[in-house]
Each structure stands twice: as structure tokens, then as C-alpha cells.
Ligand binder design. Sequence first.
Ligand code: ZN
Length: 662
Amino acid sequence: MKHTIFCLLSGMMLLASCQKQTEFSYSVDRFYDIEVLRYQVPGFEQLTLPQKTLVYYLTEAALQGRDILFDQNGRYNLRIRRTLEALYTQYPYAKDTEEYQQLENYLKRVWFSNGIHHHYSSDKFLPEFTQEWFVEACAAARVYYDEAILPVMFDPVVMPKRTTQADGVDLVLGSAGNYYGEGVTQAEAEAWYESHKDTSDEPLWIGLNSQLCKDSTGAIYERVYKMGGLYGTALEKVNYWLEKALSVAETDEQREVIAHLIEFNRSGNLRSFNAYCIAWVKDLQSKVDFVNGFTETYTDPLGITGTWESLVNFKDEEATHRTEIISANAQWFEDHSTTDPIYKKEEVKGVSAKVITAAILAGDCYPATPIGINLPNANWIRKAYGSKSVTIDNLVQAYNESAKGNGFNEEFMIDDEIRQRYEQYGARCGDLHTDLHECVGHGSGKLMPGVSKDALKEHASTIEETRADLFALYFLADAKLVELGLLPNQEAYKAAYYQQLMNGLMTQLVRIEPGKDIEEAHMRNRQLIAAWVYDHCENGEMAIVERDGKHYLQINDYDGVRRVVGNMLAEIQRITSEGDYAAAKEMVEAYAVKVDQDLHQEMLTRYAALNLAPYKGFVNPVYRAIYDKKGNIKDVKIDYSEGYVAQHLRYSNDYSTLPDIN
Ligand code: ZN
């Protein structure tokens, strides 16, 4: 599972913060609906030489898989990318023309999406230059290409969607993704999966690492991703670097992880994949950690085959310590919450989440990236061995820093005092809110005897997220956090109160289309909290005021607002503990779903005027190994100066591990 920036930041709209004053320049490039950022890797210099060496080997193993994702996303993608790159670099005429600019923009989009379909919507995007111009330019530049790519690039009805989920459509035939060979239908694929299903106690994830194809007699067969099989030349290179990583692994557990992965890439045997996942969950002591391989299944329309990705990271000890402090005080929080004692847990255990620093992003984690990961995906392994949940702190920080001065706070926050407080404490409060929500919020409270955990039915996830958020919000304002050294003073929490209530009441509406209701569970829970609290602040604790035709949130009494938050927490816990479906339904319908049309239109207009890019992604730093005379690595240097175009041209040059047609 992946957590996106929208889900983990509890709706913080990537706002400003200023934890760190630095000259580091985060913004790298901007095109269409995309902004490209760079991220820092704090702590890399402090790693030991063996750890740096391990990171270096694992980053090389990560980059070797790049072509796999392009091919998984569509069988013409590698041909198209390489033709565009050749034309872009060999174009013989003046480059200050509109068409050449359009070529560059299209290529930037292809790189960003690892193919010709939008990374998020999965719709095909078309070049702005014409087919005639493209054909002539290729001839002039002596770039030879496969004619088959022309309709794929230029005809809007050919392969219009990478992954379709539309009703009444054959999901396999209707998707351009390359998880199924030509002509394979949804019914044929489903029948094959059904007949090969593993029903044992420790099932193999059949189909995770293969393409289903049809032979000349119409029979379905599997092409397995493995050395000597599909994507074999890329996996061979991945393994070359994994072997080196194996030689400098930090612990026996980590050695086992790497060894099983090497074996899986070699043989394609899913038993090795299970062994790799189990070893990975058990490896808790290593400072450096990584994911490498066929992992998430969102892009396969049937949700079975894994897209290739890699993330190399190391533990952020200081931030992880923060989650350990919270977790160690779980019982104190439980005892001091506003809920009725009969609904409290006698013995509550906190969970501590690992906070990590990303060192490289690759495959399906690049350039667009998750900010949190929870793996493995196989349920039986999660039940038997647990899972690892991580938050990627340096990426969150890059998002926050890059949003500084983008005008959002100036437009939507009511005055300088609020803005300054938010700049000072917003990021820290955001981290703490996530920690409290995850480490103690979800685990607090208990159900009354006989109440089913499914009692709240379709409102269960909205109510559960609301409960965890309220728990976090209530304790953010508690002096206990200052006492534990997690917040500097009793002012700081106000930054979170203002931002979250503003977001829930007003600014999150910019992500809803005009006329639509709120459907997504996280957005519902944020409006539910903000609107309920607003409605129950009967003594002027907060207000929405109008200035020069614009509406703003004003908070007059933070203590008063916190009391109402506490009341709501008590009621939501009662609803959960009693399984009171009727009350849950009434509350959600009254506060979480409907949108004030005038306010919505005002938010959309004000937001559009800021001209912010809705999607962001990253370039990676460059790692250079310095060798001594004997050929041993004596240091690894990190360099942040590479730009977006230069990085992709270099990757295409140095990590071209697959043929055009696979
Ligand atoms: Zn949650």
C-alpha cells in the first residue's frame, strides 16, 4: 500500500513551513500540470563507509530497473521514448521554434509518466506538434523509428487509457498497460487466474511477476519476469548490483532479504518472493533498508501483477524517536482523553512507526512518489509476520519547503499572525498530528461486548478516521506534549487548529469539481470535524468572516475550540463503542457530504488565480563512488545539481537495460 501526500498529511495542502533556513533550491522544473522538485538526503554524510557503500550499490540496483516500468506501462513506450530522445538530441535545425519546445514538453511528460499516459489519471496525452512535423523532423535528423508508434502517439482513440476501470468495458482489452499480451480478454485472464489460484495456507501470489499471453491455438500461457525470461536483461543487471550489496549487508537478516530477492529475480519462483517478504518484515535492526521489485498492483486492471519499483532509504533516528515517545505514553493518552471511562481500554499499546530518509526513488516511485509505504501486500504474511509502515520525512519536507511563498497562505489565512505561527510550527504540528493519529489514535478505545467491528457499515472508515484525527487534535493542544519535549510551547498547536479547521471548512474544496458532493473518506472526515466543531461553537469561539468579498476563518478562543473537539471525540467514541449506526449516518449526512455551493465557487476561483501545479515529483541526487588504487570504494559523494532533462537523458543512456520490444 502507498500513502500519497494527500492522505498522510491529513489534508495539509502542502503549506509552508520554516523548520530549516537553507539556500537549497527545491524547484527544478515546471511543465503542464507538473512541478519537479529535488530533495535533500540529510544524514547521508554521517553514515559509515559500509552503509554508504550499501546505499550506493542499492541505488544502482534501483536505477537498472527503469526500463521495466516503461514497458509494463505500454508495449510501445520504450520505442516512443527512445525515438523522442534521439530526435531531441540530434535535431539539426534551430531549437528556438515552437515545435521543438513542444517536443521537449511532450518528452518531459513521457519521462514523468514513464510512458504516454498521465501518471495519475492514466489518460493518454497527445503531443502538441503534428504527425507531419514529427515525420519530417525525424527524416531530417536521420532518426529511424517504427511506423507502428505513429497511431499510438497521435490518434486519440488508440490506447486512450493505461488502466480502465469503466463499467461494461473489457478491463483487459480496454487498458493499454502491458500486463496482458495482445488479444487476451478479461474473461480469459480471470479464468486463468481462477484455475491457477493457490488455496494453501501460505499461498503464492500467482500472476505477480508475469504477463499473460495467448498462443496461436488460443491457449493462455504465462511469460514470467525472470532472468532468461521476460525483462531478463534488466533483472540480470539488478542482480549484479544486489550481489555487491549482499557483500556489505549490515545484518544477517538483511543478508537473507537480499539473497532471497536475488533468487527470485533469477528463477521467478514465487516461493522465493514470499521468503523475501518475510525476511524483509523481520529485518528491523538494519539502518539502511530498501524495496526493489514487483510490488504494487494498482496499474494492472485486474490488480494482480506488480509494477516494478524501488526505494532505498535509511532510518531517521531522531524522528523515529519521536514516535517512540508517543507510543511509550499511549496509556497516559488513553486515560486522559475525554471519552467515557467505560469505553476506554484498560491496557493500550502504542505502535511506533519508522521514519525514513529516502536516498533514491525509482520505477513506480519516480518521479511521482508516495510519502509513506506499508508493506508487504500479502495478507497472510501481514497476519503471520506483521508489516512495516514508514513515513518518508525528507520528501514531506521537500513538499513543505517548496510550497513556501507559493501564495496559498497569503490568500487563505486571515492575517499575518496566523501565517507566521503556521510558518513557525505548521510542519512540526503536521508531523505530530500524523504520529498521534497513527501511533495512538487508531489503537485507543474499545468496543462494548457484542458490538461488531462492522456495525457502522459504509460509514465505518469515515468515523474511524474522524476518531483518530480528533484524538490527535485534542492532544496536540495538551501541555503533556510540551512536557514530553515534542512541542516547544503552548502556542504551537494553534497553527494546526487554524490550518485543519480552515482546510476542513473551506480550502479542501478546491479538489472537488463544481456541483459534486464529497465522497473520499479522508475528505469527508476532515469536513465532518470542522463543520461539527464549527456548529457546536455556540459562544463565538470561531467564525467565518467576510473581508472585501472574500471569506476567512477566524478563531477567537482556541481553548474553547479544544473543549468542543473534546466533546466531539467523546461522542464519536460513544458511536464507535456502541456501534450506533443511526447516529453515525446522521452525523455524516449532516456534516460530511454536502458542499456550500457559493463558498465552493469562491475557493475554486481564488485557488485558480494562484496557478499552482497540482502534481509534483522529484529528481534524484547523484551518487558517485570514489575508488582507491585497489578498486575498493573509499567514499561515496552525493551531488544535488543535476536537472530534470539531464537526469533522464543520463538514465536513458546509462540504464538502458531492455530491448525496444519485449
Ligand atoms: Zn488513519
